[in-house]
Design a binder for this molecule. Structure first.
Ligand SMILES: Nc1ncnc2c1ncn2[C@@H]1O[C@H](COP(=O)(O)OP(=O)(O)O)[C@@H](O)[C@H]1O
Ligand SMILES: [Mg+2]
Length: 474
């Protein structure tokens, strides 16, 4: 358990986190706008004002310049100064220049506001312009508030005649900045609210859909495959729903296959057990003659053999299914292996009155494989060739290397397999009506071949059925 108070803990739940996430992103955007835009706004507005004054000094100073240093009367000069001020929308001051032994100096000539007070900062700027010979800009703190100034030196020919100074108050700048700042804050507040509500709404919708998936997953976990999730869009969650429904369908198929398997397996086990029970009952009758007793006992032996085979096969199949069957590959001489396996069938062949022909190339075929498993497949195939063919049917076993693979074939000349059954014979428990087997042999053989990265295929027509095991050589 966390010792933090509940309000300090990060909220659980997708919608809360997403809503908080969108809130945080929006807040970060607003803060960065505020931190970046507001401080720059002030200098921008000031710069704009200075540039406007510089432009005005270039544009409207010509009439004044033409009068300075001439014998023009004072009112005429005043008029020209005032016209320049009106045109520029700024205050205009005209200063004369002196050049004595103490260097350059300036003196007041005329002002558009007719206030002839000395302003040391303005004069300093004017002197700077007179020295540099170009328009100089500055902001300063006048008694009436901050102002922007542009000073332009005036010339007649090459001779400096005076300096004209344009100034205008900067008092509106802080007000404008404050207004923008306030607008950013208000808009930011609204954006935050929208982000919170929108984020929460979107996240709620999302989490409702995820919740639907969760409920469906729990149903499947509980073994209920009957409710597919409605697919309402083709976005990621929609695709997840499609994938989930696919999975559910496959699980349902697997589940029914498993139930079917168990049902069939129990049935297969029960039949010989019932039969055994019946024979035991019959054998307990003391009046039985020896011949009948012997007949019953041989039936009991046959049923026990059938049960044993079935149990072994079921175990093999379940090991294969669980993937716990371990292969032990080694270098195997396939000719030797085939001779050994076919030799095991001598008694069965004799009983069936069949000939088995083993056809091998002269040169030995060496393959890296698990000899026990290859032998198991061969036994299943030869057993079928004997069991599912009429007595006296010849059987042929061939082994060859073709295209870098081992081809091991068991061929018989029986009645063949109907075309429709060619696929189903490999399914567990499929068995032809008249046969006595469990129907697991070919299922096991094919599963084993797959596990060995090989394949087991069949070709059949009346009078010839061939099962071919193909294995990689190494
Ligand atoms: N050589 C064959 N000739 C004809 N039918 C065959 C042959 N091999 C297999 N089959 C058919 O395939 C079915 C499945 O074979 P298998 O899986 O070995 O089970 P089982 O032999 O126990 O019936 C058999 O019941 C039979 O109908
Ligand atoms: Mg069989």
């Amino acid at each position: 358990m966390s010792s933090r108070p509940s309000w300090l803990r990060f909220p659980r739940g997708l919608s809360n986190r997403l809503a908080l996430g969108s809130l945080a992103v929006t807040a970060a955007a607003i803060v960065s706008v505020y931190v970046y835009v507001v401080p720059q706004l002030r200098t921008r507005l000031q710069d704009q004002k200075l540039q406007a004054l510089a432009l005005a000094a270039q544009r409207y100073s010509a009439p004044v310049a033409s009068l300075v240093g001439t014998s023009a009367k004072e009112p005429v000069v005043d008029d020209a100064v005032r016209s320049a001020a009106t045109a520029a929308g700024a205050r205009v001051t005209l200063l004369g220049t002196t050049s004595g032994t103490q260097g350059l100096g300036v003196f007041f000539v005329s002002d558009s506001t007719r206030e002839a007070q000395p302003e040391p900062m303005r004069d300093t700027l004017a002197l700077r312009a007179a020295r540099s010979g170009q328009v100089e800009l500055a902001t300063e703190r006048a008694p009436t508030g901050p102002i922007a100034e542009a000073a332009r030196p005036l010339y007649v020919g090459n001779r400096l005649t005076g300096v004209i100074v344009y100034s205008s108050p900067l008092s509106d700048v802080p007000g404008n900045v404050a207004a923008v700042r306030q607008q950013i804050l208000v808009a930011g507040g609204i954006a935050l609210l929208v982000a919170l509500l929108g984020g929460f709404g979107a996240a709620r919708a999302l989490s409702r859909r995820v919740k639907g998936l969760e409920t469906a997953a729990r149903e499947v976990a509980a073994g209920d495959f009957s409710h597919p999730i409605p697919v309402d869009s083709d976005d990621e969650i929609g695709q997840l729903a499609v994938a989930f429904n696919d999975m559910q369908r496959q699980l349902a198929q697997l589940d029914s296959a498993r139930k079917q398997f168990i049902a069939t397996a129990s049935h297969e086990l029960r039949t010989p057990l019932f039969s055994l029970g019946g024979f035991v009952e019959l054998l307990s009758d003391e009046d039985l003659d020896d011949a009948t007793r012997e007949r019953f006992l041989s039936q009991v032996r046959a049923q026990i053999a059938r049960l044993t085979k079935l149990a072994t096969e079921l175990l093999d199949l379940s090991r294969l299914d669980a993937g716990s069957l371990e292969l032990r590959p080694e270098a195997v001489d396939i000719g030797r292996l085939a001779r050994a396996v076919t030799a095991e069938f001598v008694p069965a062949l004799a009983q069936h009155e069949s000939e088995l022909e083993l056809r091998l190339r002269r040169e030995p075929i060496e393959v890296i494989c698990d000899p026990d498993r290859v032998a198991q497949i061969m036994r299943i195939l030869i057993d079928n060739a004997i069991t599912h063919t009429p007595a006296g049917t010849p059987i042929r076993v061939t082994a060859a290397r073709e295209n870098g693979a081992l081809q091991l074939a068991v061929q018989d000349q029986g009645t063949g397999i109907r075309g429709g059954a060619l696929d189903t014979i490999f399914e567990p428990f499929f068995t032809s009506d008249d046969a006595q087997g469990s129907g697991l042999g070919l299922a096991i053989a094919r599963e084993l071949a797959d596990r060995m990265r090989g394949s087991l295929s069949v070709r059949s027509e009346a009078g010839q059925t061939t099962f071919t095991l193909e294995l990689p050589v190494r």
